[in-house]
Ligand binder design. Structure first.
Ligand SMILES: [Ca+2]
Ligand SMILES: [Ca+2]
Ligand SMILES: [Ca+2]
Length: 568
């Protein structure tokens, strides 16, 4: 799974073995998508298993040649996405397209079968929680700390506090659309609702109960057509990310970096935490088309941690698939960037120097259990973290030490932000308080057994808050570069809020300028001494670069306080 956050202690012990995985969700889009690329003919139900549908990326001017090659291989073109230069096609022998010069990559569209074969789940409508009225009035200084703010060491570190950035009403992200490309957002959570933009939110994913081999994947569908509403997050990852970016200053729960932003759920992740190519492309083009100013991407595109264009250890079809992922995401990111979207991503949780990757043990992660160890080198890339125009964020813990799980490397690390670190410097496992606290959906917590049927938390990572007379809501400690990235996205939103100009649905600003100010306002942090930093017996990571830019912290740790007062 490619969500870049992880659960706390128990999971972490396993994760320390080397892989980056978190608690993950989700699945790619089904049926129609709002922007043109017709996917499959509605009604052509596939029972279970993989779709025979593929995204065929063609080179510039190569559309017709690609279509002819599809036909010659016995395939049928069923759709077209000219913005990103690909055909959707039914193929039975994708590897046959590998020799066509006009074809840049061929990646399966891992859609699912129709809902017919899906067991009907309980109606499970989430408990209605009162939706606070939009925060029309700006809270006075006295109201500027929410009840759980004392636990938010991360916000203190970056100066998102009552005496820091919150003290500047123009630096709270008002009129800035932030797109959360993730597993969804619990739009009814009382500490999300006031800033949740339901109108613009979209879900490009259909739940997939089982994987291609019949193993449980997303599990039973919660919605009757297996398509979750836009205010649902059955994993919790996306809600956590959204809360860190923009939970309101409303007298309950936590507060986000930019507490007046407009949070748009642009869902590309499955309930189970997977982000396949097609919904991710759809999410990026959608964000660009509606005028989103900042997008957070706390994931990598499944099923490959490292995408190798030409690894002799991979089959011809696998090579074509990985080329399609690289090329498709490269085009989608360029499209979004050209439309004014500042793109921010988690760098990854493998503790790997992305300039010197040597092996990948986690791929392919779909179908379940298909991963195997293979050698990789620096021609293989982690997507989207290693793409041009994408700001990659590494994670630090409460001592500002880079967390051992965080990927790094002077080649790809742009900036650092708090993501949590359960391990003290002496290697001791410590309490969840060293992780990031943010909003969590009640239903997801119940399904994971973290909250019991009576609503009582069953794990120290979960905090329940029951405001005077109001409905109880939940918050959860998580850690990962998934949790670091939204801090940077929040600061980017502060910058757009201060310097942006009116655009399509909110303020807009040249992403290159946002990026420049984000780096200029970061607090530089030098490499540790010695540079070969020893986290544990066999875990030595080397920080390259100077004070103003290095492989552990990039340009430094993001600062909401400095962004709030920066003058250009
Ligand atoms: Ca679901
Ligand atoms: Ca709050
Ligand atoms: Ca690299």
């Amino acid at each position: 799974m490619n969500v870049r956050g992880r659960l706390t202690a128990a999971v972490l012990a396993v994760a320390m073995a080397g892989t980056a995985c978190a608690a993950g969700p989700s699945d790619p889009g089904a049926g129609r998508d709002a922007h043109g690329a017709r996917t499959a003919t509605p009604g052509t139900a596939r029972p279970t298993g993989e779709s025979g549908e593929f995204l065929v990326f063609y080179t510039q001017g190569g559309r017709d040649a690609a279509a002819r090659a599809v036909a010659a291989s016995g395939g049928v073109v069923t759709g077209d996405e000219p913005r990103l230069g690909y055909l959707v096609a039914e193929l039975s022998a994708p590897e046959k397209l590998g020799t066509t010069p006009a074809i840049a990559g061929v990646t399966p569209d891992r859609r699912i079968g129709e809902a017919a074969s899906v067991p009907t789940p309980p109606p499970a409508s989430p408990p209605a929680s009162p939706t606070p009225a939009p925060s029309a009035a700006t809270p006075g200084p006295a109201a500027l700390a929410d009840p759980l703010s004392g636990r938010q060491w991360d916000m203190k570190m970056i100066g998102a506090t009552a005496t820091g950035s919150y003290a500047h009403p123009s630096a709270r992200g008002r009129r800035v659309l932030v797109g959360v490309i993730d597993t969804g957002i619990d739009g009814k959570h009382p500490d999300i609702a006031p800033n949740f933009n339901r109108e613009l939110s979209r879900n490009f994913v259909t739940d997939r109960p089982k994987d291609a081999n019949g193993k449980t994947f997303d599990g039973p569908c919660e919605a009757k057509d297996c398509k979750d509403p836009v205010d649902v997050d059955d994993d919790g990852h996306g809600t956590h990310v959204a809360s860190t970016i923009g939970s309101p200053l409303n007298g309950i729960g936590v507060a986000g970096v930019a507490p007046e932003v407009s949070l748009v759920n642009i869902r590309a992740g499955t309930d189970s935490g997977y982000f396949f190519l097609k919904p991710t492309l759809d999410a990026l083009t959608y964000a660009a088309d509606i005028g989103v100013a900042v997008v957070n991407m706390s994931f990598y595109v499944d099923p490959w941690t490292f995408n190798c264009p030409n690894n002799p250890k991979d089959t011809p079809a696998e090579r074509l698939e990985q080329r399609g992922i690289i090329e498709g995401m490269r085009r989608a990111v360029a499209y979004a960037h050209a439309h004014g979207v500042t793109l921010i991503t988690a760098i990854g949780n493998s503790g790997t120097d992305l300039g010197h990757p040597a092996k990948d043990t986690a791929s392919p992660d779909y179908p379940l259990g298909a991963e195997h160890e293979r050698k990789v080198d620096n021609t293989c890339i982690n997507v989207p973290a290693e793409l041009e125009h994408v700001i990659s964020v590494s994670a630090v813990g409460p001592t500002e030490r880079k967390a051992s799980y965080s990927d790094y490397g002077v080649e790809q690390t742009d900036i650092a932000a708090p993501g949590g670190d359960l391990f003290a410097k002496d290697g001791r496992l410590t309490g969840v308080g060293r992780e990031i606290l943010a909003a969590a959906p009640a239903r997801a917590l119940r399904q994971k057994g973290l909250v019991d049927a009576r609503g009582v938390p069953q794990d120290p990572s979960v905090v329940r808050e029951c405001p005077h007379g109001g409905t109880c809501a939940y918050y959860q400690y998580l850690e990962g570069t998934s949790m670091a990235s939204p801090h940077a996205a929040g600061v980017a939103a502060i910058i757009v809020g201060r310097f942006g100009t009116p655009g399509k649905n909110g303020l807009t600003m040249d992403p290159a300028e946002v990026e420049r100010i984000l780096y200029e306002t970061a607090v530089p942090r030098p490499c540790p001494e010695p540079r070969a930093y020893k986290y544990a017996q066999n875990d030595v990571q080397t920080c390259e670069g100077g004070r103003d830019h290095n492989g552990f912290f990039g340009h430094g740790i993001v600062s909401a306080a400095r962004a709030a007062t920066f003058t250009r």
